[in-house]
Design a protein around this ligand. Structure first.
Ligand SMILES: [Zn+2]
Length: 295
């Protein structure tokens, strides 16, 4: 049995999967506020309760924002700041008396979709989350690609590639730079850019609906979004050459992306043809916790 835990800022979720990926149990509790020790205790309790209920012992994987530093073994870059600087893997291994795997939520998303989701069977998978932020993870032959810095796939804070003049220098990003991919492709980024162009504040969903109804400004915003996404992914294809690019996060629910982006990404891919597939996630919000179980 495999236990996966999605450790978020507001809730902690556990899932139990059998070896075929069938869900045996799932439970969700609030994350203790600003309390590392209490967070550890909640995770331990969830594991023990799941094992008692199922009568099985499981492997444990945890998905959380941030990355484990190879140099120090401590978590960094997490937006749950109480976790930063903590030796969470070591602490949980001693509390649970077993190995604990930890990876970030984008990696878990990519692993879930590559294992038994929309990219099942593909050798090289680039899993992209287009949500309030933009992140990505890389899975090669069923394993998350990590690196000495623990940031493989972190592409949201690279600059938008092949910018035209009016895209420069680009919106200010919280990371301190300007023109990051995230500032163009996140949900809030798209809303801000549409508002700047048109003076009308609409959610991404509203922009999609109005474009379908023939609103020319909304249609233009969506085409611009598709063009930027195509450029951003083409840049990755030129480096990684993945078999499948799978999209998750709120913006991945824009169905037209899957037809329109592959129609144009060949303009920037250094190849006479592009056989990479662009697909929508299969597990949606469950990908994080499922991927943690597969770690
Ligand atoms: Zn940035």
């Amino acid at each position: 049995m495999r236990l996966g835990i999605d450790l978020g800022g507001t809730k902690i979720e556990i899932i139990a999967l059998d070896d075929s990926g069938r869900e045996l149990l799932r439970c969700r509790v609030p994350t203790p506020r600003d309390n590392y020790e209490a967070t550890l205790q909640v995770i331990v309790q969830l594991v023990h309760d799941a094992e008692a209920e199922l009568g099985l012992r499981g492997s444990v994987g945890i998905g959380t924002p941030g990355a484990l530093s190879r140099a120090t073994g401590r978590l960094k870059n997490s937006n749950s700041v109480v976790l930063n600087g903590q030796s969470i893997q070591q602490d949980l291994e001693s509390l649970l008396q077993r190995k604990v795997a930890i990876s970030n939520d984008a990696n878990c998303f990519a692993l879930s979709e590559a294992t038994d989701g929309a990219a099942a069977g593909a050798a090289v998978v680039f899993g992209v989350i287009l949500g309030t932020g933009v992140g990505a993870g890389i899975v090669v032959n069923g394993h998350v690609l990590t690196g000495p810095n623990g940031i493989a796939g972190e592409w949201g804070h690279n600059p938008l590639p092949w910018p035209d003049a009016h895209e420069l220098p680009g919106p200010q990003c919280y990371c301190g730079k300007q023109g990051c991919i995230e500032t163009f492709l996140s949900g809030p980024g798209m809303m801000r850019l549409h508002e700047r162009e048109t003076g009308v504040a609409l959610s991404a969903e509203e922009i999609v609906v109005r474009a379908e109804q023939g609103d020319a400004a909304c249609e233009l915003s969506l085409q611009t979004y598709e063009n930027r996404l195509a450029r951003s992914i083409a840049h990755v294809i030129n480096i990684l050459d993945p078999d499948v690019v799978v999209l998750g996060g709120g913006m991945s629910n824009i169905e037209r992306l899957y037809a329109n982006v592959p129609k144009i990404w060949g303009r920037w891919v250094f190849s006479d043809r592009v056989d990479t597939r662009l697909v929508k996630h299969q597990f949606g919000d469950s990908s994080g916790v499922r991927g943690a179980a597969w770690l």
